[in-house]
Design a protein around this ligand. Structure first.
Ligand code: CTP
Ligand code: CA
Length: 224
């Protein structure tokens, strides 16, 4: 799909996109977070609006301005994100989990700021966060709802992606190669989109908007 050329093929559809990265508080001033900028999720939201969709954008810690025309819900933690996505998914035709969700959160959130003392620091105990993508995929709020995940992989990118697609039970998994210099915070992306039906769609290195358009093409082709 060429940039700027958009088909109104999402008219009448409600799509939910999560974007950004969750932050899991340790105390009132500190958190465990990740490097997700939210740019890919925002590109998905903007392109879906341009193609006529009603868009609910669930935003976590991006600092980006709300895209015009989207219903935006701001969240902080993975647990907040789960609540917002689950609610918005109730009447959604498609859910795209572009957000980087923290796998773990500090098991104990301290009410006051943790102070350093002369003693060695305590280790941080962690608890598992819910896997929102697996939950949404396994318990579709609507028949025919299309669920899309993103996977950031560093080593065995495709093999990890295929295993992840099967594990999550989503319809499409956008697999990105990441590293400190790649993807995070940039305006470009390179990916392979793996589908549950076994097809693979490589997307060449290019603007996050272009990848978003290919994602919507594949989603539209899965609507019955
Ligand atoms: N995801 C989610 N809930 C989580 C973790 C991840 O919904 N608790 C979603 C992400 O939004 C993304 C997809 O799952 O769409 C894949 O995330 P990723 O971190 O790559 O997968 P994990 O299963 O957490 O595997 P890994 O051990 O590689 O982190
Ligand atoms: Ca993870």
């Amino acid at each position: 799909v060429a940039r700027g050329v958009t088909a109104p093929d999402l008219v009448g559809r409600h799509v939910v996109v999560s974007a950004g990265g969750t932050r899991e508080p340790l105390d009132p001033v500190r958190f465990l977070g990740n490097r997700s900028s939210g740019k890919q999720g925002y590109a998905l939201a903007r392109t879906a609006i341009a193609r006529g969709a009603r868009v609910t954008l669930i935003e976590a810690n991006t600092g980006l301005p709300d895209p015009a025309g989207a219903d935006v819900v701001h969240v902080g933690t993975a647990v907040d994100l789960r609540e917002a996505v689950t609610k918005a998914a109730e009447d959604a035709d498609c859910v795209v989990m572009a957000a980087a969700v923290a796998d773990f959160r500090p098991a104990n959130r301290v009410g006051g700021k943790i102070k350093k003392t002369d003693a060695e620091p305590e280790p941080i105990a962690l608890a598992k966060n819910p896997d929102i993508l697996a939950e949404i995929s396994g318990d579709r709020a609507r028949a025919g709802q299309v669920v899309v995940g993103f996977a950031a992989e560093t080593d065995d990118v495709l093999a990890n992606g295929r295993a992840k697609l099967a594990r999550k039970g989503c319809d499409l998994l956008v697999v990105n190669r990441v590293g400190e210099e790649l993807t995070f915070g940039t305006d470009v992306n390179e990916a392979v989109i793996l589908a549950a039906d076994g097809t693979e769609t490589p997307v060449p290195h290019g603007p996050k908007e272009d990848l978003a358009e290919v994602v919507w093409d594949l989603v539209v082709s899965r609507f019955g």
